[in-house]
Write a protein that binds this ligand. Structure first.
Ligand code: BGC
Length: 245
């Protein structure tokens, strides 16, 4: 099935058509900058621009960087707070599937990337503007985990260890990796995962920091779909994949 997947992020909104049986993009992706302020109306316009670019009339899936319960946005840590309470279908159109960005990336990685054929507890963490999380038990998603907000040394993890913080505070890779290591150790101790997948834009540069991360018996691997995972996962959600019940 071919579906248009759109990934809304703190800095860019990316879209492409996806073959949901292979997880491959069928057309080159389009990226438009996230409007500022990142309020619902200008963001909806940007999403429409992507739909029109692909002259798309088929199914559409959209990710959102916050908790999405029954299609309604519940939190907005890194985008305009006026998103809270918005119903995705009212804004993007009836039938458009909306889900959390990290959940989408995780769905794609577990189906087609670093987490395929892995049973047990698999944890995907995305490092970008914030830290997103997706938790899988034998391939089934536990939606809307928000592990980027767990406190480490009295501060939310994403305020210490996101990729945005690395850039903002001009941290060296090794210095940043120490923060990531502390965070991952904490997550490992809480969840005992069989595998941790590192996603988000930073997964492209895994060679710079993963050599400094060691969790003993728990493997920590970079995402394989890199920053396409959100687009692919959005498309999968619209095709009915990962739906609860
Ligand atoms: C949000 C999550 C989101 C993550 C990555 C966090 O601040 O609370 O819902 O998945 O950022 O965008």
């Amino acid at each position: 099935m071919e579906v248009l997947g759109i990934d809304i992020g703190g800095s860019g909104i990316k879209g492409a058509t996806v073959d949901t049986s292979t997880g491959e993009l069928t057309r080159e992706r389009l990226r438009v900058p996230t409007p500022q302020p990142s309020a619902p109306a200008p963001m909806a316009l940007a999403v429409r621009q992507i739909v029109e670019h692909f002259s798309w009339t088929g199914p559409v899936g959209v990710t959102f960087p916050g908790v999405v319960l029954d299609g309604v946005i519940k939190t907005a840590a890194n985008v305009d707070r006026s998103w809270i309470g918005v119903k995705g279908a009212d804004l993007f159109g009836e039938g458009v599937a909306v889900l959390n960005d990290a959940d989408a990336a995780g769905l794609a990685e577990v189906a087609f990337g670093a987490g395929r054929d892995r049973s047990g507890v698999v944890l995907m963490l995305t490092f970008g503007t914030g830290i997103g999380s997706a938790l899988f038990v034998d391939g089934r998603l536990v939606p809307n985990t928000e592990f980027g907000h767990i406190e480490i040394r009295g501060k939310e993890a994403e305020h210490r260890a996101s990729d945005h913080v690395r850039e903002k505070d001009d941290l060296g890779w090794h210095e940043w990796a120490e923060r990531v290591q502390e965070y991952l150790t904490h997550m490992r101790d809480l969840l005992s995962p069989t595998l941790i997948i590192i996603g988000g834009g930073v997964s492209k540069k895994a060679d710079k920091f993963l050599p400094h991360v060691d969790l003993g018996d728990t493997p920590v691997v970079p995402a394989e779909l890199l920053n396409q995972a959100g687009i692919v996962g959005a498309a999968m959600a619209a095709s009915g994949f990962g739906r609860a019940g």
